[in-house]
Design a protein around this ligand. Sequence first.
Ligand code: F6P
Length: 319
Amino acid sequence: MKRIGILTSGGDAAGMNAAIRAVVRTAIYHGIEVEGILRGYAGLIYGEIRELNVSSVGDIIHRGGTILLTARSTEFMEPDGFNQAVKMLKRRNIDGLVVIGGDGSLRGASKLHGQGIRVVGIPATIDNDIPCTDYAIGFDTAVNTVIDAINKLRDTATSHERIFLVEVMGRDSGQIALNAGIAGGAESILIPEFEPNFDEVSERILRGRDRGKLHSIIIVAEGVGGAMEVSREIKLRTGLDTRVTILGHIQRGGTPTAFDRMLASRMGAKAVELLLEGKSNQMVGMKNNTIIECDIDWALAQSKEIDEEVYRLANILAI
Ligand code: F6P
C-alpha cells in the first residue's frame, strides 16, 4: 500500500479534524502518502483531491467542522456518479480509502468495497446511532453543548417560573436527548424510540409545582415531531407558561471535547492499521474503552437500541 485517500461525508461532527489528523500522521509514520478528498463523495466524483502532509493537519485537533469539507451527495447514489468515483480512485492510484461519517457514509464505503476498493470506516455523527461502537465521534461534544444550553435556560426558566421545551437533534435517534436530559436534570425526555405520553409529562410538571418547583425542562428529540407541537399539548394540559428553544446546528459545531479528541485519535490510527493489515469493509468502533473493528455490512444490519437501563434511570431521577 503506497497511497490512501480520506474523506468526510454527511453531517459534520466535532472531532472529525482530530480523526483526519490521526489518519494522516499514522499513515505518514508508516511511509504511506495521503490524498485528502474534498466535499465527501461529491468531491471524489469530480477529482477534488489534494495531498495532505504532516503540516496540513497541524493546528486542527481543537477545531470543529472538517477541513476536508463535507456533503450529502445524491449523485454518488446514482450509477453514473458512483462509477465515476470508482474510476477516480483507480486513476489517482489510491489503494485504500478511509471514510469518516455516519451510516449513509458507511453505506457508500461498502458499495465501493463491492467494486474492489479497500475501505475502512470511522463512525462520526452527533446522533450516535451506529452499531458496533459505544460512541461515534462528535456525540460527546454535542451532548456537552446541549447541557451548556440547559444550564442557561434553567436560570431564566426559574426566574420566570416557566416550562422550557428544548428541542435537540436526532431525527431517528434519542441518544443526545437521553444523555443530555439526564446529565442536565430534565423533568421529561421525549425520544423517537418511545411513544410520547403528554398526560404523564404534564402530571409530572404539576407534581413538581405542588412541591414548590419553579421551573421545568423538557427535552424533545427532533424525531418526536417538533417541540412547538409538544409545547401546545403541555400548555393545554397544565395551563402553564411555556417557551420553546430549538438548539439546531449549534450542536454540530464547536471545539471537540477531550473525549472526542481521544476517540478520534485512536480510531484514526486504527483505521490506517487495518488498511495496512490488508483488511477492507471494516469499521472501527470502541466498546468498553477498547478500540475494535467490525464488518461494515454486519454493523449496518444491526440497530443501535436505546439502553433500557439508562431510559429507566431518566424516569426514576425525574420522579
Ligand atoms: O445526522 C446528523 C444530523 O445533525 C441529525 O441529527 C439532523 O437531523 C441532521 O443531521 C440535520 O441535517 P442537515 O444538516 O442536513 O440539516
